[in-house]
Design a protein around this ligand. Structure first.
Ligand SMILES: *Cc1c(COP(=O)(O)O)cnc(C)c1O
Length: 347
């Protein structure tokens, strides 16, 4: 059995949601797009629903369909991409709520599914998704008369609490929704942590649930153990791996473990991170290849059956720093080859 082991702690995800919900004065939903950040949308959504989540957020209608099947008919499921051509049947049959992001989508929705619930997505400055102030002005009365379930926008810099753009977007959102008395949403994980002004009526955390920055108080959710396939002695001056990018500077023992960039262990981690034998760090030496990683275990008295990539001494953000990326990309890259084990109940 050489598949790498990925352990996902569902109880930690539920505990992280509960902690964020306590910090937030509004209803706290959960963002479970991209297969719950790679961790398994069905199991994660079921666990979160049993912890008390009543509003889920996904990127695509297809993802919403999967969440609906997992959690049943109770919870609300919002779709960030709105009402795209071809989405109508899924939205209707699975009772999904599109967050309409342009006057064209609004027209499509009112035309195809009159009286079907919807929300509105506004652009408060990020210039990525949502109606611009001028577009919103044109359709605002018409849209509000149809009673949206939510009017939302998204912050570009919420992970940097001092960033001046946060207050600017808050202002823009308040102005665009002035006089509208229905439910509003602005905060994801970062926005919850900024201050209560950002909470409005519904928050949509994702990364904090899965143990990532900027939610420093999060419980770690993911651990990964990589089985050692082989160990060998490497003499001074000998290379290891593709491109001979590492040369032994002392008589070394090198372990080869069974995972690689095909498992989302990014190639940028070549010669740039470490695996752990309990609390002993063992540097990755040479290039990460598709299925294999080589590790300097010279300083270990005995080489264990497996070495940890993610665990108590190294979390997703530490690994992301080593790769020059963010915890989100580490999680969503993990791939399908792991032997997955879930801790905690998923009812
Ligand atoms: C991904 C996403 C979220 C969740 O963000 P986190 O930073 O993971 O908490 C919330 N809202 C929108 C619009 C998103 O795209």
């Amino acid at each position: 059995m050489s598949a790498a082991r990925l352990t996902i702690d569902l109880d930690a995800i539920a505990a992280n949601w509960t902690r964020l919900a306590r910090l937030c004065r509004a209803e706290t939903g959960a963002t479970v797009k991209a297969d719950a950040y790679g961790l398994g949308a069905d199991k994660v959504a079921r666990r979160l629903a049993s912890a008390g989540v009543r509003s889920f957020f996904v990127a695509l209608a297809e993802e919403g369909a999967q969440i609906r099947q997992a959690v049943g008919s109770g919870p609300r499921i919002f779709v960030f991409s709105g009402h795209m051509a071809g989405d109508t049947q899924l939205l209707r049959n699975l009772d999904l709520i599109p967050l309409l992001n342009s006057p064209e989508q609004l027209a499509r929705h009112f035309d195809a599914l009159p009286r079907h619930p919807f929300g509105i997505q506004l652009d408060s400055g990020m210039n990525r998704l949502g109606m611009e102030p001028a577009e919103w002005k044109m359709v605002r009365d018409h849209a509000i008369a149809a009673d949206p379930l939510l009017v939302m926008s998204h912050l570009a810099c919420a992970d940097e609490s001092e960033h001046l753009f946060n207050a600017q977007q808050l202002d823009a959102f308040v102005n665009m929704t002035a006089g509208y008395a229905g439910p509003r949403s602005l905060a994801a994980t970062g926005g919850i942590l900024l201050s209560p002004e950002y909470h409005f009526d519904l928050a949509r955390p994702g990364i904090g649930l899965y143990g990532g920055a900027p939610f420093d108080a999060a419980r770690p959710v993911v651990s990964i153990a990589l089985p050692v396939i082989q160990t060998r002695e490497v003499a001074v001056g000998e290379p290891v791996g593709y491109g001979c990018s590492w040369l032994a500077e002392r008589p070394s023992r090198v372990a080869t473990v069974a995972a690689g960039y095909a498992d989302g262990i990014l190639r940028a981690l070549s010669n740039a991170t470490r695996l752990w034998a309990g609390d002993r760090p063992c540097p990755v030496v040479g290039r990460v290849s598709m299925d294999l990683i080589t590790v300097d275990v010279t300083d270990l008295a005995t080489v264990p059956d497996a070495l940890d990539l993610l665990g108590p001494h190294q979390g997703i953000d530490a690994l992301a720093d080593d790769a020059g990326t963010i915890g989100y990309e580490i999680l969503t890259s993990l791939g399908t080859r792991y032997r997955r084990r879930y801790l905690g109940s998923s009812i």
